[in-house]
Design a protein around this ligand. Structure first.
Ligand SMILES: [Zn+2]
Length: 387
């Protein structure tokens, strides 16, 4: 009996040990099996994705070839920064170039004269493509006020704007082929800091055609404009039509003054000029502006007028929304827009309107750029020798 009882409890213990061993073995097996199965699944997934990438890469290559053959003469030398991300829709063509209606700036000038740049994008992919304007390395600026022998400090290189593609569909956004050069005349002003903050918030660069202001705070503003990568052009020192257009000598005096002021503050003299009132200003006729044009050309300066304006200097009191709409309506009709706006103490509404203009342009995919060496020149009055 005692013997029997001992035997039974021994058997029971053995049984328990056996079961525990079995359970342990099952656990070990399970622990080994799960990662193996996971590995197999992941490997097959990876192989499938690799295949997808190859197919898309081929599509991209085909698309690039197609694009190069249609857009051989792309006016944008910077376009073409390669990006390996495949473009999901290789048959997409850039948005149609709208025909240019005769521009009608309020001053009755013949604007839009050279606005013929049919922009064809030479590199597109699923993500925005970076494009460098002025990629020939020519900075804005370089002429020296009195002595043309020494080179000037190179201004901050311009940033890379993006050509916008809808990230969901891969299609170009409706205004992706539009280049918009927003220009602010008559600054700096008490609004300049906020304007610069806003431009920086949206990551875009503009062009400031500045006039002469003395004092530390203005010096800081000229510097800030240049340092933040915006283009700076001269717009005369005095902005006084009666003074500067009196004679070439008077024009030169004023030109030297603004050149020196900018050289002292930003370290170089810009090679951009905008005539006060434009080349078609009320003081000069097409003929009488010619000596002033020649003066600039002799100094390797380029002058720019505009073919779109927001209307902030037309004497009409537009609301913030109207100013934005004027600008957007103008841009809609152009492939290349050089937009006239003002940066003076009285133009707070223009500053406000930029809070509508900038996000709208970006949303539609337009490229907002500073004027660079390769910007098509928009001029109301051409030099006589080019007539
Ligand atoms: Zn002006």
């Amino acid at each position: 009996m005692n013997e029997y009882g001992r035997e039974t409890s021994k058997r029971a213990r053995n049984e328990k040990v056996r079961r525990a061993r079995e359970q342990f073995m099952m656990l070990v097996l399970l622990l080994a099996l799960v990662p193996t199965i996971l590995c197999i699944i992941l490997f097959s997934k990876q192989a499938r994705l690799k295949g997808d990438i190859e197919a898309l890469e081929q599509k991209l290559k085909r698309y690039e070839l197609q694009n190069n053959s249609t857009g051989g003469g792309s006016p944008n030398p910077g376009a073409g920064t390669e990006n390996p991300t495949p473009f999901p829709s290789p048959t997409t063509t850039p948005a149609a170039t709208p025909t240019e209606p005769a521009a009608a700036p309020t001053q009755g000038a013949a604007a839009g004269e050279e606005d013929s740049s049919d922009v064809i994008l030479s590199s597109i992919d699923g993500r925005p493509v970076t494009v460098t304007p002025g990629a020939d390395g020519k900075p804005i600026g370089g002429t020296q006020p009195e002595d043309n022998t020494e080179p000037f400090a190179t201004p901050t290189p311009f940033p890379t704007p993006t050509i916008a593609v809808d990230p969901k569909t891969g299609e170009l956004l409706p205004w992706a082929n539009k280049k918009v050069y927003i220009t602010f005349d008559d600054g700096p002003s008490k609004n300049t800091d906020e304007l610069l903050d806003l431009l920086s918030e949206y990551g875009v660069k503009a062009t400031f055609f500045v006039i002469g202001h003395e004092g530390e705070d203005y010096a800081r503003l000229y510097k800030r404009i240049a340092e933040e990568g915006h283009a700076i052009g001269m717009h005369s020192y005095s902005h006084d039509y009666g003074k500067i257009y009196k004679s070439v000598e008077d024009f030169e005096k004023d030109f030297t003054k603004i050149s020196n002021l900018l050289y002292d503050t930003i370290g170089y003299v810009p090679d951009l000029y905008r005539f006060p009132g434009g080349s078609s200003n009320s003081k000069c006729k097409a003929l009488t502006i010619q000596p002033f044009i020649s003066f600039l050309l002799e100094r390797d300066m380029r002058y720019f007028d505009w073919n779109v304006e927001n209307g902030d200097a037309t004497g009409k009191s537009y609301t913030v929304e109207e100013l934005a709409q004027n600008l957007l309506d103008g841009v809609e009709k152009k492939t290349t827009s050089v937009v006239l706006c003002h940066d003076t103490n009285a133009k707070g509404k223009t500053l406000e309107s930029m809070k509508i203009v900038l996000p709208t342009l970006i949303e539609k995919g337009a490229q907002i750029l500073p004027i660079t060496a390769d910007t098509p020149m928009i001029r109301h009055v051409k030099p006589a020798q080019e007539e």
